[in-house]
Design a protein around this ligand. Sequence first.
Ligand code: HEC
Ligand code: HEC
Length: 268
Amino acid sequence: MLRTSLHLGITGILVAAFTGGATNSLSAQDDANPYDALVDVRAGEGIFERHCSRCHGMNATGGETGPDLTTGRFRHASTDAGLFSVITRGVPDTEMTAFRRARSDQDVWQLVAYLRSLSGGPRVEVPGDPAKGERLYRNKGGCTSCHMIDGAGGLSGPDLSTIGARRSPEDLLSDLVEPDERVMPRWWRMRVVHRDGTPVAGRRMNEGTYSVRILDEDNHLWSFQKRDLIESERIETSSMPSYTSELSDDELTDLVAYLYGLIRDEEG
Ligand code: HEC
Ligand code: HEC
């Protein structure tokens, strides 16, 4: 999965180089996405949170105004170039206005890479027993302490209520065995010490040039001015443990079958 997207990224850059770079919007639309490596997906997520999430929701799963963008199917576009065009031009006569705050085409392509990363591709048959997988999820796996499904569970990891619609079975397996492969900035953590000696560790909620907000394990939200911190460390790996040794291959297969079945009602 990761290797394919890196490969595409390299091909895309070559295409862009031969067509005179990706700075010209019109020619860029004919090309494959030149910015679809993992770093681009992450950058795209950041841009999405700042400019798009107020309508489309934090995980792009839909908000009060904007539709769900995680299903892998778009009404107004089928290709990456089509998405590029929807984002730069908007959808006429709707609240989806042209995105004018992009600093360059790269920002828009990174948004496209992020949106593409959210869908699990076409539905496929999976082996494994979802009922056993659900028991593993609740008991042996201890997943509920960090994840929420249908309103129940912890807040230290992403909500998994519709994860089956967003990730392919291979993606889900790699989430379980290699959690550090693809950690979005939203799940980065921080460990800081205030100058009065208070240590705080937790999820990095917002970080600006001068300030940072951290949500600790008891769900207390801390705000700090950076100049008041005597120590500060950003942790870009996942707080999720790898389950390779914890669970057998059969158990992982059952767990993937359970997670893959978590989709929205109208799709199920
Ligand atoms: C003010 C609210 C608003 C903001 C901000 C917004 N959108 Fe939208 N977006 C919408 C609405 C509403 C639609 C549905 C338009 C329609 O009726 O088809 C939409 C549609 C879309 C579509 C097409 C979906 C499809 O099925 O074809 C994409 C892609 C999209 N938005 C991406 C983005 C991105 C990326 C951003 C940030 C740069 C963004 N939107 C910002 C409201 C918004
Ligand atoms: C200590 C907290 C913790 C535990 C326990 C935990 N996770 Fe996670 N999980 C996370 C965090 C944080 C992320 C986001 C960062 C990342 O991708 O690793 C995540 C990501 C995921 C993702 C990818 C979600 C997405 O939106 O892409 C899946 C799937 C997942 N976890 C499933 C599980 C399952 C199943 C279990 C139990 C076997 C589990 N997790 C246990 C913290 C946890």
